[in-house]
Ligand binder design. Structure first.
Ligand code: MTE
Length: 324
């Protein structure tokens, strides 16, 4: 079990250490003392920590409420790894391509088209659909289908609070998401790696689950472009590719929507994509994962639903080896 909804005071020393390091770092930075950090932190990678401190804070800061949603094991992944080792194929398939090229994407102004089975539809600005006074922090592990993971302090709002505003009708059984597409700004879409735009979807009950968030920031700052600015999904119990970035379209639909990776390789990627150590990817095992930022040989066992056991009832009666 990874998340704790208990009050922070109920967590053990181990549980809170990563959070405390992060909060200390934020306090030190706020006091203008980022350099003092090498001495203040005693994490496993002092250099990475120091670099993180120097880099974190470069983006626009966000105000947010702390929550007790946090992983109970594992250090926070250093900021440089979170923002330098990415998948955002619209900017290239190399892990460093998004950090190099995603700045070309225009994220302000940003509009989102809402359509389908809902009482309220249309084109809305970012501030119209996200309440920036209600931001909260969720420290979630993102587990990629490529068998690596990171622990990231995301900032966002529950996706349910966004979707409810549009009053979906009873015909809305799924919600489909699409990433912004601009051939001039996204050098990766010259190549037919996927059928662009990138598309993902959730069943309505998955979308409304309190663990599902729309993130607009990380590490106390506005999302960097490479992480999916200005808004991206974070669905912590699913493989990372469900967490679609830079969303510009949301559609309420009756049927299971097409999703990019399933469409591209249906034998390898399904619609549900729940983290499942018992179902190997056809080309590699999913039983363990490389911990990004913790040294090349650090691995941990992958847990069912990435450890978020409370979502299990959503899949009662389903065979998750068939519905992968
Ligand atoms: N969203 C879009 N639009 N394009 C992508 O290529 N990659 C996915 C997901 N969302 C992807 C995307 C994959 S495979 C992963 S693991 C996560 O983003 C990575 O998120 P991060 O770079 O913020 O860690």
């Amino acid at each position: 079990m990874l998340i704790r909804k208990a009050p922070i005071a109920g967590l053990t020393e181990n549980d809170v250490t990563p959070k405390r390091l992060y909060m200390n770092r934020r306090k030190i930075m706020a006091a203008g003392g980022a350099v003092a950090l090498t001495a203040a932190c005693s994490g496993p990678q002092p250099d990475a920590e120091a670099q993180s401190a120097a880099r974190a804070g470069a983006g626009e800061p966000l105000s947010f409420r702390e929550t007790a949603y946090t992983v109970s094991d594992g250090e926070l992944t250093p900021y440089d790894a979170v923002t330098g080792y990415n998948n955002f194929y619209e900017f290239g398939v190399g892990k460093s391509d998004p950090a190099r090229f995603a700045d070309a994407m225009t994220t302000d102004p940003w509009s989102v088209e809402i359509s389908g089975h809902a009482e309220r539809t249309g084109v809305f600005g970012l501030e119209d659909i996200i309440d920036f006074n209600a931001l909260e922090e969720r420290i979630y592990r993102l587990r990629c289908v490529e068998a690596w993971s990171m622990v990231i302090p995301w900032i966002g709002v529950p996706l349910s609070t966004i979707l409810e505003q549009f009053r979906p009708t009873s015909d809305a059984r799924y919600v489909a998401f699409e990433t912004y597409l601009n051939r001039d700004e996204m050098r990766g879409v010259r190549f037919p790696v996927l059928d662009w735009p990138y598309r993902e979807g959730l069943r309505m009950d998955e979308a409304m689950h309190p663990l599902t968030i729309m993130a607009v920031g990380l590490y106390g700052e506005v999302l960097p472009n490479q992480n999916g600015a200005p808004m991206r999904l974070v669905v912590p119990w699913k493989y990372g590719f469900k967490s679609i970035k830079s969303i510009s379209r949301i559609r309420f639909v009756a049927e299971e929507p097409e999703t990019s990776w399933k469409q591209s390789a249906p034998r390898e990627y399904g619609f549900y994509s729940n983290v499942n150590p018992n179902r190997s990817h056809p080309r590699w095992s999913q039983s363990s994962e490389r911990v990004i930022g913790a040294g090349p040989f650090t691995r941990r066992d992958t847990e069912m639903f990435n450890g978020y056991d409370e979502v299990a009832p959503l899949y009662a009666g389903m065979d998750l080896n068939e519905d992968y």
